[in-house]
Design a protein around this ligand. Structure first.
Ligand code: GLV
Ligand code: MG
Length: 328
Protein backbone atom coordinates (compact mmCIF):
# COMPACT_ATOMS: atom_id res chain seq x y z
CA UNK A 1 0.00 0.00 0.00
CA UNK A 2 1.37 3.41 -0.87
CA UNK A 3 1.74 5.96 1.92
CA UNK A 4 -0.65 8.07 -0.16
CA UNK A 5 -4.21 7.62 1.06
CA UNK A 6 -6.97 8.28 -1.41
CA UNK A 7 -10.48 9.22 -0.27
CA UNK A 8 -13.17 6.96 -1.69
CA UNK A 9 -16.23 8.53 -3.33
CA UNK A 10 -19.58 8.55 -1.51
CA UNK A 11 -20.48 4.86 -1.47
CA UNK A 12 -23.51 4.13 -3.61
CA UNK A 13 -24.83 1.00 -5.19
CA UNK A 14 -24.28 1.49 -8.93
CA UNK A 15 -25.02 -1.88 -10.56
CA UNK A 16 -27.57 -0.55 -13.01
CA UNK A 17 -27.99 2.99 -14.30
CA UNK A 18 -31.18 3.54 -16.26
CA UNK A 19 -31.22 6.17 -19.00
CA UNK A 20 -34.56 7.98 -19.35
CA UNK A 21 -35.04 10.75 -21.94
CA UNK A 22 -36.14 13.96 -20.24
CA UNK A 23 -38.35 14.59 -23.26
CA UNK A 24 -40.57 11.56 -22.52
CA UNK A 25 -42.35 12.11 -19.17
CA UNK A 26 -44.61 9.10 -19.82
CA UNK A 27 -41.62 6.91 -18.92
CA UNK A 28 -40.90 8.56 -15.56
CA UNK A 29 -43.31 6.70 -13.26
CA UNK A 30 -42.30 3.31 -14.58
CA UNK A 31 -38.63 4.19 -14.19
CA UNK A 32 -39.24 5.28 -10.60
CA UNK A 33 -40.75 1.87 -9.82
CA UNK A 34 -37.97 -0.06 -11.55
CA UNK A 35 -35.15 -1.91 -9.82
CA UNK A 36 -32.43 0.42 -11.16
CA UNK A 37 -29.89 1.57 -8.57
CA UNK A 38 -29.29 4.85 -10.39
CA UNK A 39 -31.48 6.74 -12.86
CA UNK A 40 -30.35 9.52 -15.11
CA UNK A 41 -32.86 11.76 -16.78
CA UNK A 42 -31.28 12.71 -20.08
CA UNK A 43 -31.12 16.23 -21.48
CA UNK A 44 -28.30 15.43 -23.90
CA UNK A 45 -28.15 12.98 -26.79
CA UNK A 46 -31.56 11.31 -26.40
CA UNK A 47 -33.22 14.74 -26.77
CA UNK A 48 -33.58 16.54 -30.11
CA UNK A 49 -32.50 20.22 -30.22
CA UNK A 50 -36.09 21.45 -30.50
CA UNK A 51 -37.07 19.58 -27.34
CA UNK A 52 -34.20 20.72 -25.12
CA UNK A 53 -36.09 23.47 -23.24
CA UNK A 54 -39.15 21.31 -22.65
CA UNK A 55 -37.05 18.33 -21.55
CA UNK A 56 -35.33 20.53 -18.98
CA UNK A 57 -38.72 21.70 -17.63
CA UNK A 58 -40.02 18.13 -17.48
CA UNK A 59 -36.90 17.00 -15.66
CA UNK A 60 -37.03 19.72 -13.01
CA UNK A 61 -40.72 18.98 -12.42
CA UNK A 62 -40.18 15.22 -12.29
CA UNK A 63 -37.35 15.47 -9.76
CA UNK A 64 -39.70 17.40 -7.50
CA UNK A 65 -42.97 15.60 -8.12
CA UNK A 66 -42.25 11.92 -8.77
CA UNK A 67 -41.52 9.59 -5.85
CA UNK A 68 -38.12 8.13 -6.80
CA UNK A 69 -37.82 6.11 -3.60
CA UNK A 70 -34.28 5.38 -2.47
CA UNK A 71 -32.73 5.66 -5.93
CA UNK A 72 -29.70 7.74 -6.74
CA UNK A 73 -31.00 10.44 -9.07
CA UNK A 74 -28.85 11.98 -11.74
CA UNK A 75 -29.37 14.18 -14.78
CA UNK A 76 -27.23 14.12 -17.90
CA UNK A 77 -26.73 17.77 -18.76
CA UNK A 78 -25.81 19.02 -22.20
CA UNK A 79 -22.16 19.25 -23.20
CA UNK A 80 -19.93 22.16 -22.26
CA UNK A 81 -19.73 23.05 -25.95
CA UNK A 82 -23.46 23.91 -26.10
CA UNK A 83 -25.35 26.92 -24.82
CA UNK A 84 -27.90 24.66 -23.12
CA UNK A 85 -25.48 23.57 -20.43
CA UNK A 86 -25.38 26.60 -18.14
CA UNK A 87 -29.16 26.78 -17.90
CA UNK A 88 -29.40 23.01 -17.30
CA UNK A 89 -27.06 23.36 -14.32
CA UNK A 90 -28.64 26.53 -12.91
CA UNK A 91 -32.22 25.28 -13.12
CA UNK A 92 -31.44 21.83 -11.74
CA UNK A 93 -29.17 22.81 -8.88
CA UNK A 94 -31.33 25.76 -7.84
CA UNK A 95 -34.63 23.94 -7.93
CA UNK A 96 -34.12 20.22 -7.33
CA UNK A 97 -33.16 19.24 -3.78
CA UNK A 98 -33.73 15.56 -4.70
CA UNK A 99 -30.88 15.59 -7.26
CA UNK A 100 -27.85 13.53 -6.20
CA UNK A 101 -25.50 13.72 -9.18
CA UNK A 102 -24.92 15.40 -12.49
CA UNK A 103 -23.78 13.23 -15.37
CA UNK A 104 -21.45 15.28 -17.53
CA UNK A 105 -20.91 14.16 -21.12
CA UNK A 106 -17.80 14.37 -23.32
CA UNK A 107 -15.38 15.54 -20.66
CA UNK A 108 -12.05 16.20 -22.39
CA UNK A 109 -9.74 17.95 -19.92
CA UNK A 110 -9.68 18.46 -16.12
CA UNK A 111 -10.63 22.12 -16.59
CA UNK A 112 -14.03 21.00 -17.94
CA UNK A 113 -14.77 19.49 -14.55
CA UNK A 114 -13.28 22.47 -12.74
CA UNK A 115 -15.56 24.86 -14.61
CA UNK A 116 -18.64 22.88 -13.62
CA UNK A 117 -17.49 22.50 -10.05
CA UNK A 118 -17.14 26.27 -9.79
CA UNK A 119 -20.60 26.87 -11.21
CA UNK A 120 -22.26 24.23 -9.03
CA UNK A 121 -20.46 25.49 -5.91
CA UNK A 122 -21.75 29.01 -6.47
CA UNK A 123 -25.32 27.87 -7.03
CA UNK A 124 -25.24 25.56 -4.02
CA UNK A 125 -24.06 28.41 -1.83
CA UNK A 126 -26.58 30.91 -3.19
CA UNK A 127 -29.47 28.43 -3.00
CA UNK A 128 -28.30 27.17 0.43
CA UNK A 129 -28.53 23.58 -0.74
CA UNK A 130 -28.19 20.98 1.96
CA UNK A 131 -26.99 18.08 -0.17
CA UNK A 132 -23.77 18.37 -2.16
CA UNK A 133 -24.07 17.42 -5.83
CA UNK A 134 -21.73 14.63 -6.98
CA UNK A 135 -20.38 14.26 -10.51
CA UNK A 136 -20.27 11.29 -12.85
CA UNK A 137 -18.32 12.07 -16.01
CA UNK A 138 -18.51 10.34 -19.33
CA UNK A 139 -15.23 9.25 -20.85
CA UNK A 140 -16.28 9.00 -24.46
CA UNK A 141 -13.78 10.89 -26.57
CA UNK A 142 -10.14 10.34 -27.51
CA UNK A 143 -9.31 13.55 -25.62
CA UNK A 144 -11.14 12.38 -22.50
CA UNK A 145 -9.44 9.01 -22.47
CA UNK A 146 -6.02 10.54 -23.09
CA UNK A 147 -6.52 12.77 -20.02
CA UNK A 148 -8.42 10.28 -17.90
CA UNK A 149 -5.91 10.11 -15.04
CA UNK A 150 -5.86 13.89 -14.65
CA UNK A 151 -9.64 14.09 -14.98
CA UNK A 152 -9.99 11.53 -12.18
CA UNK A 153 -8.23 13.99 -9.82
CA UNK A 154 -10.00 17.13 -11.00
CA UNK A 155 -12.76 17.62 -8.41
CA UNK A 156 -13.82 16.36 -5.02
CA UNK A 157 -17.34 16.09 -6.40
CA UNK A 158 -16.31 13.24 -8.70
CA UNK A 159 -17.85 9.90 -7.78
CA UNK A 160 -17.90 7.84 -10.94
CA UNK A 161 -16.88 7.63 -14.56
CA UNK A 162 -18.90 6.02 -17.31
CA UNK A 163 -17.34 4.63 -20.47
CA UNK A 164 -19.45 5.77 -23.45
CA UNK A 165 -18.81 3.37 -26.31
CA UNK A 166 -21.08 5.21 -28.77
CA UNK A 167 -19.33 8.57 -28.76
CA UNK A 168 -15.95 6.96 -28.15
CA UNK A 169 -16.32 4.99 -31.38
CA UNK A 170 -17.32 8.16 -33.22
CA UNK A 171 -14.40 10.12 -31.80
CA UNK A 172 -11.92 7.37 -32.69
CA UNK A 173 -13.52 6.72 -36.11
CA UNK A 174 -13.88 3.11 -35.04
CA UNK A 175 -15.71 0.79 -37.37
CA UNK A 176 -18.63 -0.27 -35.25
CA UNK A 177 -22.27 0.02 -36.02
CA UNK A 178 -24.11 -0.95 -32.85
CA UNK A 179 -23.35 1.03 -29.66
CA UNK A 180 -21.08 -1.07 -27.45
CA UNK A 181 -21.12 -3.95 -29.93
CA UNK A 182 -18.27 -5.77 -31.60
CA UNK A 183 -16.84 -5.86 -35.11
CA UNK A 184 -16.27 -9.17 -36.90
CA UNK A 185 -13.01 -7.79 -38.32
CA UNK A 186 -11.58 -7.29 -34.84
CA UNK A 187 -9.82 -10.49 -33.92
CA UNK A 188 -6.79 -12.68 -34.33
CA UNK A 189 -6.01 -15.34 -36.91
CA UNK A 190 -3.99 -18.07 -35.29
CA UNK A 191 -0.79 -19.40 -36.78
CA UNK A 192 -1.35 -22.62 -38.75
CA UNK A 193 -1.59 -25.80 -36.62
CA UNK A 194 0.09 -29.12 -37.51
CA UNK A 195 -2.42 -29.72 -40.31
CA UNK A 196 -2.14 -26.14 -41.59
CA UNK A 197 -5.50 -25.14 -40.13
CA UNK A 198 -6.00 -21.62 -38.79
CA UNK A 199 -8.71 -20.28 -36.52
CA UNK A 200 -10.12 -16.80 -36.18
CA UNK A 201 -11.04 -15.55 -32.72
CA UNK A 202 -13.04 -12.39 -32.42
CA UNK A 203 -11.67 -10.08 -29.72
CA UNK A 204 -12.94 -7.14 -27.71
CA UNK A 205 -12.29 -3.71 -29.24
CA UNK A 206 -13.22 -1.89 -26.00
CA UNK A 207 -10.86 -3.64 -23.67
CA UNK A 208 -7.88 -1.26 -23.67
CA UNK A 209 -10.02 1.84 -23.16
CA UNK A 210 -12.17 0.22 -20.50
CA UNK A 211 -9.14 -0.95 -18.54
CA UNK A 212 -7.48 2.44 -18.71
CA UNK A 213 -10.58 4.17 -17.38
CA UNK A 214 -11.03 1.59 -14.62
CA UNK A 215 -7.43 2.01 -13.46
CA UNK A 216 -7.87 5.79 -13.24
CA UNK A 217 -11.10 5.32 -11.29
CA UNK A 218 -9.78 2.81 -8.80
CA UNK A 219 -6.55 4.76 -8.31
CA UNK A 220 -8.53 7.87 -7.35
CA UNK A 221 -11.42 6.34 -5.42
CA UNK A 222 -14.11 6.55 -8.13
CA UNK A 223 -16.60 3.97 -9.40
CA UNK A 224 -16.01 2.72 -12.97
CA UNK A 225 -19.29 2.13 -14.78
CA UNK A 226 -19.83 0.83 -18.31
CA UNK A 227 -22.12 2.80 -20.60
CA UNK A 228 -24.72 1.73 -23.14
CA UNK A 229 -25.29 -1.46 -25.08
CA UNK A 230 -27.50 -0.36 -27.93
CA UNK A 231 -29.03 -3.63 -29.09
CA UNK A 232 -31.65 -4.04 -26.36
CA UNK A 233 -33.13 -7.06 -28.15
CA UNK A 234 -29.90 -8.95 -27.50
CA UNK A 235 -29.86 -9.84 -23.79
CA UNK A 236 -27.06 -12.40 -24.29
CA UNK A 237 -24.84 -9.77 -25.89
CA UNK A 238 -25.63 -7.37 -23.05
CA UNK A 239 -24.85 -9.92 -20.35
CA UNK A 240 -21.61 -10.89 -22.04
CA UNK A 241 -20.54 -7.21 -22.26
CA UNK A 242 -21.53 -6.68 -18.61
CA UNK A 243 -19.66 -9.78 -17.43
CA UNK A 244 -16.51 -8.71 -19.24
CA UNK A 245 -16.39 -5.38 -17.41
CA UNK A 246 -17.49 -6.94 -14.10
CA UNK A 247 -14.46 -9.21 -14.39
CA UNK A 248 -12.31 -6.08 -14.78
CA UNK A 249 -13.67 -4.50 -11.60
CA UNK A 250 -16.48 -2.32 -12.95
CA UNK A 251 -19.34 -1.51 -10.56
CA UNK A 252 -22.16 -1.56 -13.04
CA UNK A 253 -23.54 -0.82 -16.47
CA UNK A 254 -26.10 1.48 -18.01
CA UNK A 255 -29.49 0.21 -19.06
CA UNK A 256 -30.89 2.01 -22.09
CA UNK A 257 -34.01 -0.16 -21.86
CA UNK A 258 -35.84 -1.37 -18.75
CA UNK A 259 -35.21 -4.99 -19.75
CA UNK A 260 -31.49 -4.47 -19.16
CA UNK A 261 -31.90 -3.46 -15.48
CA UNK A 262 -32.39 -6.94 -14.04
CA UNK A 263 -29.52 -8.25 -16.17
CA UNK A 264 -27.13 -5.61 -14.81
CA UNK A 265 -28.27 -6.10 -11.21
CA UNK A 266 -27.66 -9.81 -11.54
CA UNK A 267 -24.23 -9.58 -13.20
CA UNK A 268 -22.91 -6.99 -10.74
CA UNK A 269 -24.22 -8.71 -7.58
CA UNK A 270 -22.07 -11.42 -6.03
CA UNK A 271 -23.74 -14.83 -6.37
CA UNK A 272 -24.61 -16.91 -3.26
CA UNK A 273 -21.72 -19.25 -4.17
CA UNK A 274 -19.27 -16.34 -4.34
CA UNK A 275 -20.51 -15.02 -0.98
CA UNK A 276 -20.15 -18.44 0.62
CA UNK A 277 -16.64 -18.82 -0.80
CA UNK A 278 -15.66 -15.37 0.45
CA UNK A 279 -16.92 -16.22 3.96
CA UNK A 280 -14.88 -19.41 3.97
CA UNK A 281 -11.76 -17.50 2.84
CA UNK A 282 -12.20 -15.00 5.67
CA UNK A 283 -12.70 -17.85 8.17
CA UNK A 284 -9.69 -19.77 6.85
CA UNK A 285 -7.52 -16.68 7.14
CA UNK A 286 -8.75 -15.97 10.66
CA UNK A 287 -7.72 -19.47 11.58
CA UNK A 288 -4.35 -18.97 9.81
CA UNK A 289 -3.78 -15.75 11.74
CA UNK A 290 -4.40 -17.59 15.03
CA UNK A 291 -1.81 -20.13 13.99
CA UNK A 292 0.62 -17.36 13.01
CA UNK A 293 0.54 -18.17 9.30
CA UNK A 294 0.09 -15.71 6.41
CA UNK A 295 -1.14 -18.18 3.80
CA UNK A 296 -3.14 -21.41 3.85
CA UNK A 297 -4.69 -23.90 1.47
CA UNK A 298 -8.39 -23.87 0.83
CA UNK A 299 -9.90 -26.44 -1.55
CA UNK A 300 -6.41 -27.14 -2.85
CA UNK A 301 -5.64 -23.49 -3.71
CA UNK A 302 -3.44 -20.93 -2.05
CA UNK A 303 -5.19 -18.16 -0.16
CA UNK A 304 -3.23 -15.36 1.45
CA UNK A 305 -3.77 -11.90 2.85
CA UNK A 306 -4.59 -10.49 -0.61
CA UNK A 307 -7.36 -13.09 -0.81
CA UNK A 308 -8.89 -11.62 2.35
CA UNK A 309 -9.01 -8.19 0.73
CA UNK A 310 -10.78 -9.60 -2.32
CA UNK A 311 -13.18 -11.58 -0.11
CA UNK A 312 -13.91 -8.56 2.06
CA UNK A 313 -14.67 -6.38 -0.98
CA UNK A 314 -17.15 -8.97 -2.12
CA UNK A 315 -18.80 -9.31 1.30
CA UNK A 316 -19.06 -5.53 1.62
CA UNK A 317 -20.80 -5.35 -1.75
CA UNK A 318 -23.19 -8.14 -0.69
CA UNK A 319 -24.02 -6.25 2.52
CA UNK A 320 -24.75 -3.01 0.67
CA UNK A 321 -27.07 -4.89 -1.68
CA UNK A 322 -28.95 -6.41 1.27
CA UNK A 323 -29.18 -3.01 2.97
CA UNK A 324 -30.54 -1.41 -0.22
CA UNK A 325 -33.15 -4.12 -0.74
CA UNK A 326 -34.35 -3.57 2.84
CA UNK A 327 -34.67 0.16 2.20
CA UNK A 328 -36.91 -0.37 -0.88
C1 GLV B 1 -22.89 7.39 -24.24
O1 GLV B 1 -23.18 8.54 -24.05
C2 GLV B 1 -22.22 6.97 -25.42
O2 GLV B 1 -21.89 7.84 -26.25
O3 GLV B 1 -22.00 5.76 -25.57
MG1 MG C 1 -22.41 9.85 -25.62
Amino acid sequence: MSFTTIDQATPRLHRSELAVPGSTPSLFEKAAKSAADVIFLDLEDAVAPDDKEQARKNTVAALNDVDWGGKTMSVRINGLDTHYMYRDVVDLVENCPRLDMLLIPKIGVPADVYALDMLVTQIEQAAKRGKRIGFEVLIETALGLSNVEAIAQSSRRLEAMAFGAGDFAASMRMRTTVIGGLNPDHGVLTDPGAGGERRFYQTDPWHAAQVRMAVACRAWGLRPVDGPYGDFKDPDGYVSAAKRVAALGYEGKWAIHPSQIALANQVFSPSPQEIEKARRIVEAMEQAAKEGRGAVQLDGRLVDIASIRMAQNLLKKAESITAASRAH
